[in-house]
Design a protein around this ligand. Sequence first.
Ligand SMILES: Nc1nc2c(ncn2[C@@H]2O[C@H](COP(=O)(O)OP(=O)(O)OP(=O)(O)O)[C@@H](O)[C@H]2O)c(=O)[nH]1
Ligand code: SF4
Ligand SMILES: [Mg+2]
Length: 425
Amino acid sequence: MSLNDTPRSGRLHIALFGRRNAGKSSIINAITKQDIAVVSPVKGTTTDPVYKAMELLPLGPVVFIDTAGLDDEGELGELRKKKTLEVLTHTDIALIVVDADCGAGALERQLAADIRSKGITVIGILNKCDLVAGLSGTGPEAVAAEVRRMEEELGLTVMPVSARERYGFKELKKALANAIPDEEDKFRIVGDIIASGDLVVLVTPIDKAAPKGRLILPQQQTIRDILESDAIAVVTKEHELRETLNSLGRKPRLVITDSQVFLKAAADTPKDVALTSFSILFARNKGDLEELVRGARAIGRLQSGDKVLVAEACTHHQQPDDIGRVKLPRWIRQACGKELQFDHANGMSFPENITEYALIVHCGGCMLNRRQMLWRIEQARAAGVPIVNYGVAIAYVQGILERAVAPFPLARLAWEEAGEQPQLH
Ligand SMILES: Nc1nc2c(ncn2[C@@H]2O[C@H](COP(=O)(O)OP(=O)(O)OP(=O)(O)O)[C@@H](O)[C@H]2O)c(=O)[nH]1
Ligand code: SF4
Ligand SMILES: [Mg+2]
């Protein structure tokens, strides 16, 4: 599977809007440093929306959408405008492009207001700054004045660029990265698989390792998400789970347990009640659970001599029985019964050559946002290397992954597609 096979829905959609000849197509070429879009001085060169999927640092996988000018005239022009505006139904970030030589007017003001009313992030681009700088002879000041005027008129952040001279694009990419809508907000922890009025039971051990006087963040976030769904959260320790379930009066929709007590929770939760773990919920919230389940299944297929990369997104202080350095390698060796070679990588990027690995085991990625984590998964997928995260790998080596992913149809399918569970050692 190549990078460009990523379904469009998994990528950030960035669409360019503006009048004909504003330089929308030229900007796509300048950002991507490729001649993707047709550019010409003839007004109305781009007639239909054009999609281009690519990897773009520091944004990750994106789709650029070039559109036809919104000031097009006649019957055909109206039709083109309609098609252009339809693009907004799947746009994450909209860019309004203005020709610095003409300035922004009523069309751009209306467009900015319309896009904002749909809740879509929007940034202004003042293009052809080379012309303004050249004309007035005052250079950067003239550009700055024009940017201020446009920011006031449209109520937007405006980035000055020249697609012809190819400047301003590093800053524009940074502005895009900052404008990425917070996906964690959109992507629920459990809210999408429960309904209002549902009972959800949470099993949280209170042992020596638990922090004093409070619940840990994933537990708090899960309770919050349940309450936001108008569902009912019942919190218990593992020892009281059976009694809790008996006293509920009706079947809960879901039991969510700390992975450490999964086996006890599984024994005490009737087979017809869905059971999962906090780590599985967060692997799904912060990544691609299906892909991670496929990665876990690859543990059973490892061969002696295989190289496994343990990747952590930050360089945290290492404990004597560090999970990434000590515990996980031991558990994985035990689970597959093979002699494996473990390499370690820490920090924001994968090593150059990941194709030499039979498996990547990634940390939970608490320092990464969903998009960054998805991008790493994407890099592994593109290189044909299975990838799993700590939470899913631990569930697998404990033999609990199958039940823990059962509430999620796609992840369950990913489990089933991998065939029979090999005998764990
Ligand atoms: N001086 C200058 N000219 C530019 C710049 N960007 C684009 N142009 C020119 O402006 C004209 C229109 O550029 P396009 O990129 O085709 O504009 P567009 O917005 O895609 O136009 P339509 O597809 O017709 O809507 C071309 O002749 C470009 O060479 C720039 O930064 N500076
Ligand atoms: S889970 Fe968080 S703290 Fe642990 S290595 Fe990954 S980013 Fe660092
Ligand atoms: Mg064009």
